[in-house]
Design a protein around this ligand. Structure first.
Ligand SMILES: Cc1cc2nc3c(=O)[nH]c(=O)nc-3n(C[C@H](O)[C@H](O)[C@H](O)COP(=O)(O)OP(=O)(O)OC[C@H]3O[C@@H](n4cnc5c(N)ncnc54)[C@H](O)[C@@H]3O)c2cc1C
Length: 236
């Protein structure tokens, strides 16, 4: 069986790990990824240390049926600096979690290859699918790859611009990496964060490190705010 996987983000790490654990493994897997980074998806790219995961370790395991898999990996690292006092658990920078994803993917691919499965990574976007004698995936570099099964793992994409603000002076639609977006904000500017999910809990905590403004306001339509487990004291 030849499995074609479209997108090499977080979900695929779990998929490869699960396929590597099967008694009867597929004999070919081709993973297609159009962005420069494998396995980290949008959330877990290198960024400021203040950009933390927002879920306890027990809920971030990549291994089906083993909620301790991520915690075992984390146990070999010094994460004391990231202890969240409210939670009593470390919430590491998202880039550190990205290392766990890379480690887990590499280990799974190693196990698959050792058992005779060919794993190929194609650095291209899939732009089409056709079904004739075979199911065929079409890439933006002109390739046509026949597969027996296609798995769609493309994530949720970039943030939507709900208010059509793209191009407006000072508007940032994609905040990540914060290392880049915050460094472009002058120190005397007043920042508004719209549709506040978990991003604002990180933006102010990143400010002291980048010298960006201490004054910000979060605008949110829903009545409640997300839990700010790691909100530093002294900002509002
Ligand atoms: C900013 C942010 C922070 C988050 N923080 C946490 C957290 O702390 N804890 C937690 O548990 N969850 C968190 N999540 C949720 C969860 O981790 C993500 O939703 C998860 O990464 C989704 O995995 P995915 O594989 O579906 O998508 P992604 O990881 O985004 O991967 C999709 C991949 O598909 C590729 N792709 C897209 N289209 C194509 C195409 N046509 N051809 C080839 N490749 C393609 C993309 O380039 C990308 O690499 C966060 C989500 C976001 C957005």
């Amino acid at each position: 069986m030849h499995i074609g996987v479209i997108g090499a983000g977080t979900a695929v790490v779990g998929l490869l790990d699960a396929l590597a654990a099967l008694e009867e493994k597929p004999n070919r897997i081709t993973v297609f990824e159009g962005s420069p980074t494998l396995w980290r998806g949008r959330p877990y790219q290198p960024d400021l240390a203040a950009v933390r995961v927002n879920v306890p370790p027990i809920r971030m395991s990549m291994r089906v049926g083993d909620p301790m898999h991520y915690q075992s990996w984390q146990a070999d690292r010094d994460v004391t600096a990231y202890l969240d006092e409210g939670l009593g658990q470390p919430l590491v920078p998202r880039s550190v979690y990205g290392e766990y994803l890379e480690y887990t993917a590499a280990a799974a691919i190693g196990r698959l290859r050792d058992s005779g499965c060919s794993v190929r990574i194609v650095r291209a976007n899939v732009i089409g699918f056709s079904r004739e004698r075979h199911d065929v995936l079409h890439t933006d570099n002109g390739d046509h790859v026949p597969v027996d099964r296609a798995v769609l793992c493309v994530g949720s994409g970039r943030p939507r611009d709900h208010y059509g603000l793209t191009g407006a002076p000072g508007y940032v639609n994609e905040p990540y990496p914060l290392a880049d977006s915050l460094s472009e904000i002058p120190a005397d500017h007043h920042v508004a964060v719209s549709a506040a999910g978990c991003a604002p809990s990180m933006s102010p905590s990143a400010c002291p490190r980048t010298g960006t403004p201490a004054r910000s306001v979060c605008c949110r339509a829903a009545a409640c705010c997300p839990t700010y487990n790691n909100a530093p004291s002294g900002w509002s």
